[in-house]
Write a protein that binds this ligand. Structure first.
Ligand code: SF4
Ligand code: SF4
Length: 309
Protein backbone atom coordinates (compact mmCIF):
# COMPACT_ATOMS: atom_id res chain seq x y z
CA UNK A 1 0.00 0.00 0.00
CA UNK A 2 1.24 3.46 -0.93
CA UNK A 3 0.68 6.41 1.45
CA UNK A 4 -0.04 9.82 -0.02
CA UNK A 5 1.01 12.86 2.03
CA UNK A 6 -0.32 16.10 0.53
CA UNK A 7 1.16 19.45 1.53
CA UNK A 8 -1.21 22.34 0.84
CA UNK A 9 -1.71 25.97 1.80
CA UNK A 10 -4.53 28.51 1.73
CA UNK A 11 -2.68 30.62 -0.83
CA UNK A 12 0.57 30.59 -2.80
CA UNK A 13 3.84 31.85 -1.30
CA UNK A 14 3.54 30.35 2.19
CA UNK A 15 6.67 28.22 1.84
CA UNK A 16 4.79 25.03 0.92
CA UNK A 17 7.20 24.05 -1.86
CA UNK A 18 10.26 24.66 0.36
CA UNK A 19 8.75 22.24 2.89
CA UNK A 20 7.98 19.63 0.21
CA UNK A 21 11.49 19.85 -1.28
CA UNK A 22 13.02 19.32 2.17
CA UNK A 23 10.70 16.36 2.83
CA UNK A 24 11.87 14.93 -0.51
CA UNK A 25 15.46 15.15 0.74
CA UNK A 26 14.60 13.56 4.10
CA UNK A 27 12.31 10.73 2.98
CA UNK A 28 13.75 7.45 1.86
CA UNK A 29 12.23 5.78 -1.21
CA UNK A 30 9.45 8.27 -1.84
CA UNK A 31 7.95 9.41 -5.13
CA UNK A 32 7.40 13.15 -5.54
CA UNK A 33 4.38 14.68 -7.26
CA UNK A 34 4.01 18.35 -8.13
CA UNK A 35 0.24 18.86 -8.25
CA UNK A 36 0.51 22.66 -8.15
CA UNK A 37 0.10 22.49 -11.94
CA UNK A 38 -0.98 26.12 -12.36
CA UNK A 39 2.27 27.39 -10.80
CA UNK A 40 4.61 24.40 -10.70
CA UNK A 41 7.97 25.26 -9.12
CA UNK A 42 9.19 22.13 -7.34
CA UNK A 43 11.34 21.44 -10.43
CA UNK A 44 13.36 24.60 -9.69
CA UNK A 45 14.70 22.93 -6.54
CA UNK A 46 14.77 19.29 -7.60
CA UNK A 47 16.21 19.88 -11.10
CA UNK A 48 14.49 16.87 -12.71
CA UNK A 49 15.69 15.02 -15.82
CA UNK A 50 12.65 14.05 -17.88
CA UNK A 51 12.56 10.34 -18.79
CA UNK A 52 8.95 10.12 -20.02
CA UNK A 53 6.70 12.80 -21.51
CA UNK A 54 3.02 12.62 -22.52
CA UNK A 55 0.45 15.02 -23.91
CA UNK A 56 -2.44 15.86 -21.62
CA UNK A 57 -5.93 16.22 -23.03
CA UNK A 58 -8.48 17.65 -20.60
CA UNK A 59 -11.37 17.84 -23.06
CA UNK A 60 -12.36 18.43 -26.65
CA UNK A 61 -12.34 21.57 -28.76
CA UNK A 62 -14.11 22.60 -31.95
CA UNK A 63 -12.39 23.85 -35.13
CA UNK A 64 -14.07 24.84 -38.40
CA UNK A 65 -12.76 23.10 -41.51
CA UNK A 66 -12.67 26.14 -43.80
CA UNK A 67 -13.00 24.24 -47.10
CA UNK A 68 -16.33 22.75 -46.04
CA UNK A 69 -17.96 25.79 -44.42
CA UNK A 70 -20.88 27.32 -46.36
CA UNK A 71 -21.22 30.23 -43.92
CA UNK A 72 -24.78 29.29 -42.96
CA UNK A 73 -24.18 30.76 -39.47
CA UNK A 74 -25.91 27.94 -37.58
CA UNK A 75 -22.82 27.34 -35.42
CA UNK A 76 -22.90 30.94 -34.23
CA UNK A 77 -26.62 30.75 -33.49
CA UNK A 78 -26.29 27.64 -31.32
CA UNK A 79 -23.08 28.56 -29.45
CA UNK A 80 -24.00 29.80 -25.97
CA UNK A 81 -20.45 30.93 -25.26
CA UNK A 82 -20.07 33.53 -28.06
CA UNK A 83 -17.06 31.65 -29.36
CA UNK A 84 -17.96 31.77 -33.08
CA UNK A 85 -17.07 34.70 -35.35
CA UNK A 86 -17.85 35.48 -38.97
CA UNK A 87 -14.31 36.45 -39.95
CA UNK A 88 -12.75 33.21 -41.23
CA UNK A 89 -10.90 32.95 -44.56
CA UNK A 90 -12.83 32.52 -47.84
CA UNK A 91 -13.26 29.31 -49.82
CA UNK A 92 -14.83 28.19 -53.12
CA UNK A 93 -18.38 28.86 -51.76
CA UNK A 94 -18.10 32.13 -49.82
CA UNK A 95 -15.80 35.09 -49.33
CA UNK A 96 -15.84 34.80 -45.53
CA UNK A 97 -16.31 31.63 -43.49
CA UNK A 98 -16.88 31.28 -39.74
CA UNK A 99 -14.11 30.85 -37.16
CA UNK A 100 -14.07 29.51 -33.59
CA UNK A 101 -12.08 31.32 -30.91
CA UNK A 102 -10.24 28.49 -29.14
CA UNK A 103 -9.94 30.48 -25.87
CA UNK A 104 -13.70 31.24 -25.69
CA UNK A 105 -14.74 27.72 -26.81
CA UNK A 106 -15.93 25.64 -23.86
CA UNK A 107 -15.79 22.39 -25.81
CA UNK A 108 -19.50 21.54 -25.49
CA UNK A 109 -19.71 20.17 -29.05
CA UNK A 110 -23.14 21.64 -29.86
CA UNK A 111 -21.91 23.45 -33.00
CA UNK A 112 -20.42 20.24 -34.43
CA UNK A 113 -23.70 18.45 -33.79
CA UNK A 114 -25.76 21.07 -35.67
CA UNK A 115 -23.42 21.93 -38.56
CA UNK A 116 -25.25 20.74 -41.70
CA UNK A 117 -22.01 20.51 -43.71
CA UNK A 118 -19.97 18.44 -41.23
CA UNK A 119 -17.52 21.31 -41.31
CA UNK A 120 -16.60 21.29 -37.63
CA UNK A 121 -13.88 19.06 -36.29
CA UNK A 122 -14.54 18.17 -32.64
CA UNK A 123 -11.63 16.23 -31.23
CA UNK A 124 -9.49 15.97 -28.10
CA UNK A 125 -7.47 19.10 -27.46
CA UNK A 126 -3.93 18.98 -26.11
CA UNK A 127 -3.97 21.25 -23.03
CA UNK A 128 -0.57 20.48 -21.57
CA UNK A 129 2.06 17.83 -20.87
CA UNK A 130 2.97 15.63 -17.95
CA UNK A 131 6.34 14.07 -17.18
CA UNK A 132 8.03 11.35 -15.20
CA UNK A 133 11.50 12.51 -14.22
CA UNK A 134 14.52 11.42 -12.24
CA UNK A 135 15.72 13.63 -9.40
CA UNK A 136 18.48 13.25 -6.83
CA UNK A 137 15.74 12.33 -4.31
CA UNK A 138 13.85 9.79 -6.42
CA UNK A 139 11.25 9.81 -9.20
CA UNK A 140 9.07 12.84 -9.69
CA UNK A 141 5.83 13.25 -11.64
CA UNK A 142 5.03 16.78 -12.74
CA UNK A 143 3.16 18.67 -15.43
CA UNK A 144 2.78 21.84 -17.43
CA UNK A 145 -0.62 23.25 -18.32
CA UNK A 146 -0.88 25.28 -21.56
CA UNK A 147 -1.37 29.07 -21.38
CA UNK A 148 -5.01 30.03 -20.58
CA UNK A 149 -5.93 26.33 -20.31
CA UNK A 150 -8.32 25.03 -17.70
CA UNK A 151 -9.01 21.48 -16.51
CA UNK A 152 -6.12 21.64 -14.07
CA UNK A 153 -8.12 19.39 -11.70
CA UNK A 154 -8.01 16.64 -14.32
CA UNK A 155 -4.27 17.16 -14.81
CA UNK A 156 -3.74 16.97 -11.01
CA UNK A 157 -5.60 13.64 -11.01
CA UNK A 158 -3.33 12.41 -13.82
CA UNK A 159 -0.17 13.44 -11.93
CA UNK A 160 -1.36 11.72 -8.73
CA UNK A 161 -2.38 8.55 -10.54
CA UNK A 162 0.98 8.29 -12.31
CA UNK A 163 2.97 9.03 -9.14
CA UNK A 164 1.12 6.24 -7.34
CA UNK A 165 1.69 3.87 -10.24
CA UNK A 166 5.46 4.61 -10.20
CA UNK A 167 5.52 4.05 -6.42
CA UNK A 168 3.81 0.67 -6.80
CA UNK A 169 6.05 -0.39 -9.68
CA UNK A 170 9.24 0.55 -7.82
CA UNK A 171 8.01 -0.72 -4.47
CA UNK A 172 8.17 2.73 -2.90
CA UNK A 173 5.93 3.28 0.11
CA UNK A 174 5.05 6.91 -0.15
CA UNK A 175 4.09 9.73 -2.49
CA UNK A 176 4.83 13.26 -1.26
CA UNK A 177 2.54 15.68 -3.05
CA UNK A 178 3.03 19.41 -3.49
CA UNK A 179 -0.67 20.28 -3.64
CA UNK A 180 -2.40 23.21 -5.26
CA UNK A 181 -3.08 26.23 -3.04
CA UNK A 182 -6.60 27.49 -2.25
CA UNK A 183 -9.83 25.52 -2.06
CA UNK A 184 -10.76 25.16 -5.75
CA UNK A 185 -11.03 22.17 -8.04
CA UNK A 186 -7.23 21.52 -8.29
CA UNK A 187 -6.81 21.29 -4.50
CA UNK A 188 -9.85 19.01 -4.21
CA UNK A 189 -8.24 16.82 -6.87
CA UNK A 190 -4.95 16.97 -4.88
CA UNK A 191 -6.40 15.72 -1.58
CA UNK A 192 -9.33 13.43 -2.40
CA UNK A 193 -8.57 9.97 -1.03
CA UNK A 194 -5.12 11.00 0.31
CA UNK A 195 -3.65 9.44 3.46
CA UNK A 196 -2.91 12.74 5.22
CA UNK A 197 -2.82 16.47 4.63
CA UNK A 198 -0.30 18.94 6.05
CA UNK A 199 -1.38 22.58 5.82
CA UNK A 200 1.43 25.16 5.70
CA UNK A 201 0.31 28.55 6.97
CA UNK A 202 1.81 31.86 8.01
CA UNK A 203 1.02 33.96 11.12
CA UNK A 204 -1.11 36.63 9.46
CA UNK A 205 -4.84 37.36 9.62
CA UNK A 206 -5.30 36.12 6.06
CA UNK A 207 -3.24 33.05 7.01
CA UNK A 208 -5.73 32.34 9.82
CA UNK A 209 -8.76 32.70 7.50
CA UNK A 210 -7.10 30.63 4.77
CA UNK A 211 -6.28 27.98 7.34
CA UNK A 212 -9.95 27.71 8.33
CA UNK A 213 -10.99 27.29 4.71
CA UNK A 214 -8.50 24.55 3.87
CA UNK A 215 -9.07 22.72 7.15
CA UNK A 216 -12.84 22.82 6.41
CA UNK A 217 -12.13 21.32 3.02
CA UNK A 218 -9.87 18.55 4.30
CA UNK A 219 -12.33 17.75 7.12
CA UNK A 220 -15.15 17.55 4.58
CA UNK A 221 -13.27 14.74 2.85
CA UNK A 222 -12.43 13.10 6.18
CA UNK A 223 -8.66 13.27 5.67
CA UNK A 224 -6.41 13.40 8.77
CA UNK A 225 -5.05 16.95 8.80
CA UNK A 226 -2.25 18.72 10.64
CA UNK A 227 -0.69 22.14 10.30
CA UNK A 228 2.68 23.81 10.49
CA UNK A 229 3.29 27.54 10.91
CA UNK A 230 5.98 28.98 8.68
CA UNK A 231 7.88 32.12 9.77
CA UNK A 232 6.25 31.56 13.14
CA UNK A 233 8.39 34.16 14.94
CA UNK A 234 7.46 37.15 12.73
CA UNK A 235 4.12 37.57 14.54
CA UNK A 236 4.09 35.63 17.86
CA UNK A 237 0.59 36.87 18.75
CA UNK A 238 -0.90 35.53 15.52
CA UNK A 239 1.09 32.30 15.85
CA UNK A 240 -0.54 31.87 19.27
CA UNK A 241 -4.01 32.47 17.74
CA UNK A 242 -3.35 29.89 15.02
CA UNK A 243 -2.19 27.38 17.64
CA UNK A 244 -5.38 28.02 19.63
CA UNK A 245 -7.55 27.72 16.52
CA UNK A 246 -5.87 24.41 15.69
CA UNK A 247 -6.59 23.17 19.22
CA UNK A 248 -10.26 24.23 18.98
CA UNK A 249 -10.59 22.38 15.72
CA UNK A 250 -8.73 19.32 17.03
CA UNK A 251 -6.03 19.74 14.41
CA UNK A 252 -2.50 18.91 15.46
CA UNK A 253 0.04 21.74 15.08
CA UNK A 254 3.05 19.60 14.19
CA UNK A 255 5.70 22.23 13.76
CA UNK A 256 6.78 25.84 13.65
CA UNK A 257 9.46 27.05 11.26
CA UNK A 258 11.18 30.30 12.27
CA UNK A 259 12.09 33.00 9.78
CA UNK A 260 15.55 32.20 8.48
CA UNK A 261 17.36 33.99 5.61
CA UNK A 262 18.94 30.66 4.76
CA UNK A 263 15.64 29.65 3.14
CA UNK A 264 16.12 32.34 0.46
CA UNK A 265 19.79 31.42 0.07
CA UNK A 266 18.77 27.78 -0.48
CA UNK A 267 16.23 28.85 -3.12
CA UNK A 268 18.87 30.90 -4.95
CA UNK A 269 21.26 27.92 -4.80
CA UNK A 270 18.50 25.65 -6.20
CA UNK A 271 18.54 23.21 -3.26
CA UNK A 272 16.18 22.40 -0.42
CA UNK A 273 16.61 24.10 2.96
CA UNK A 274 17.76 20.91 4.70
CA UNK A 275 20.40 20.29 2.03
CA UNK A 276 21.74 23.85 2.25
CA UNK A 277 22.71 23.97 5.88
CA UNK A 278 21.83 23.45 9.50
CA UNK A 279 20.21 26.75 10.46
CA UNK A 280 17.04 27.13 12.55
CA UNK A 281 14.64 26.61 9.61
CA UNK A 282 16.49 23.47 8.55
CA UNK A 283 16.37 22.06 12.09
CA UNK A 284 12.65 22.89 12.41
CA UNK A 285 11.82 21.22 9.08
CA UNK A 286 13.72 18.08 10.11
CA UNK A 287 11.73 17.96 13.36
CA UNK A 288 8.52 18.59 11.41
CA UNK A 289 9.29 15.72 9.04
CA UNK A 290 9.84 13.30 11.91
CA UNK A 291 6.51 14.37 13.47
CA UNK A 292 4.68 14.06 10.15
CA UNK A 293 6.09 10.60 9.48
CA UNK A 294 5.24 9.51 13.04
CA UNK A 295 1.67 10.79 12.72
CA UNK A 296 0.91 9.29 9.33
CA UNK A 297 -1.76 6.63 9.41
CA UNK A 298 -0.61 3.12 8.51
CA UNK A 299 1.68 2.09 6.92
CA UNK A 300 3.58 4.87 8.75
CA UNK A 301 5.70 2.40 10.72
CA UNK A 302 7.39 1.44 7.50
CA UNK A 303 7.89 5.08 6.61
CA UNK A 304 9.52 5.90 9.93
CA UNK A 305 12.01 3.12 9.41
CA UNK A 306 12.82 4.56 6.03
CA UNK A 307 13.36 8.13 7.14
CA UNK A 308 16.85 9.54 6.51
CA UNK A 309 18.75 11.79 8.90
S1 SF4 B 1 -22.63 25.56 -39.13
FE1 SF4 B 1 -20.99 24.64 -40.34
S2 SF4 B 1 -21.31 25.35 -42.40
FE2 SF4 B 1 -22.54 26.64 -41.07
S3 SF4 B 1 -21.22 28.41 -40.67
FE3 SF4 B 1 -20.88 26.93 -39.04
S4 SF4 B 1 -19.16 25.70 -39.73
FE4 SF4 B 1 -19.90 26.80 -41.48
S1 SF4 C 1 -17.92 23.57 -28.99
FE1 SF4 C 1 -19.54 24.63 -27.87
S2 SF4 C 1 -18.48 26.40 -27.03
FE2 SF4 C 1 -17.16 25.64 -28.63
S3 SF4 C 1 -17.74 26.82 -30.41
FE3 SF4 C 1 -18.93 24.93 -30.45
S4 SF4 C 1 -20.86 25.48 -29.47
FE4 SF4 C 1 -19.40 27.07 -28.96
Amino acid sequence: MVSELVVISGKGGTGKTSVVASFAALAERAVLADCDVDAADLHLILNPTVVHREDFSGGKSATIITDRCTACGICREVCRFDAVFHDGPGNEFVDTTYRIDSVACEGCGVCAWFCPSRAIDFSPAVNGEWYISKTRHGPMVHARLGVAEENSGKLVTTVRREAKRVAEEENRRMVIIDGSPGIGCPVIASITGATAVLVVTEPTLSGLHDLDRVVDLASHFGIPTSICINKSDINPEMTKRIRERARERKIEALGEIPYDPEVTRAQIAGVSVVEHGGGPASTAIRDLWHSVAKNLPEPSGLIQLQTKG
